[in-house]
Design a protein around this ligand. Sequence first.
Ligand SMILES: Cc1ncc(COP(=O)(O)O)c(C=O)c1O
Length: 462
Amino acid sequence: MDGTFSENDLSRVVAADKAHVWHHLSQHKPYETTDPRIIVEGKGMKVWDQHGKEHLDAVSGGVWTVNVGYGRESIANAVRDQLIKLNYFAGSAGSIPGALFSERLIEKMPGLTRVYFTNSGSEANEKAFKMVRQIAHKRYGGKKNKILFRDRDYHGTTIACLSAGGQDERNAQYGPFAPGFVRVPHCLEYRAADQGAPVDNYGEWAANQIEEVILREGPDTIGALCLEPVTAGGGVIVPPAGYWQRVGDICKKYDILLHIDEVVCGVGRTGTWFGYQHYGIEPDFVTMAKGVASGYAAIACCVTSERVFEMFKSDASDPMDYFRDISTFGGCTAGPAAALENIRIIEDENLLENTTRMGDYMLDQLGAMMDRHRVIGNVRGKGLFLGAELVSDRDSRTPVAEKQVQAVVSDCMAQGVIIGATNRSVPGFNNTLCFSPALIATKDDINHILSAVDGALTRVFG
Ligand SMILES: Cc1ncc(COP(=O)(O)O)c(C=O)c1O
């Protein structure tokens, strides 16, 4: 940062924020006596706040979004050029960046063919839910309309997405919810004992729990199964061996469409273009948002197979036959323009390979840290998407208090390192530290993050 502003220069901004901005997921009472943090500038892996204080960002903008890092002039230029040429036209027409980005994206997603543009992860998931419901009406007399979702998964903030939400603290006080969404058990092996699961073959057992729900509800009532490939805010849950194979078989057996929510994992986060590509899954819908344009523009997509697409154009004479959905801001051209450049950067800078290498390194180092800190009960992750679950006792696996987890996050923040933690998510289990540095992270960056966590754990837990 060039140091051209001081705290005083931003006092007006802070006052305006305190007077008028309602921050997401925030209790505002403390801001009556303290100032909110204003993030002023970013470059690479770093951001600076209103005091000019530098932070290393280990969570890509707080919510695993800025995959290619801050300050990318080439994305800004691509967006600027596009906005001057054409900023917007409704999605009933095409656009140059929309068509070219769709082509590039589909190259990365064998088996899928169609991209529906929208502007948030929640909205992308709603599109898939609506398609499932419409397919139920078109093909199954409305009966096959239920959507299965998994305990601990999150699919967004709208009422329908919360209806498919497996995190009870996210949902609490926002009901009543939409009918037709049914929960299946989570697949967190570290917590298998709490589920009464057998010691062997946990992956298959966890998948079989889905089948039990299907049989209980009636397979002819279930339209789709919606899952995160690696659960994010519910505790960075990497699926156990054998899980996905069995899930795929179950979906085929009961003619259930598979909707993979890649809002967090999509576009490189786990070291492949998409999280599901680690597991040989063949989805019918893939939704994505955050990393699609790394936060340089708001863009999200609901991508489908041709089989799904074909179901919406069988009778051109029927005015109700097609997908009668509108997304106003799905027609913004800044999104696909930024997303095209985002893909180019990931390819030209070999960021998938870097993500795998740095992710493996970080996971190893977090594992090694378990020797020094008994409070770390379990570490897990895929690529640069990692979690460390904190427990007060390794045998009983009792979660530490959320307050202590937040104390670790605050200690890191004081050291100038921004890490995350599960919060307002699963009651009693908001005890996992979360790491999702940008895909450009170097070994030095990872060491810097680890050393901050090491110090914080020592100070908070001894
Ligand atoms: C897995 C997952 N799906 C969907 C969403 C919702 O995305 P958005 O906040 O863009 O609506 C999120 C947001 O955190 C998410 O983590």
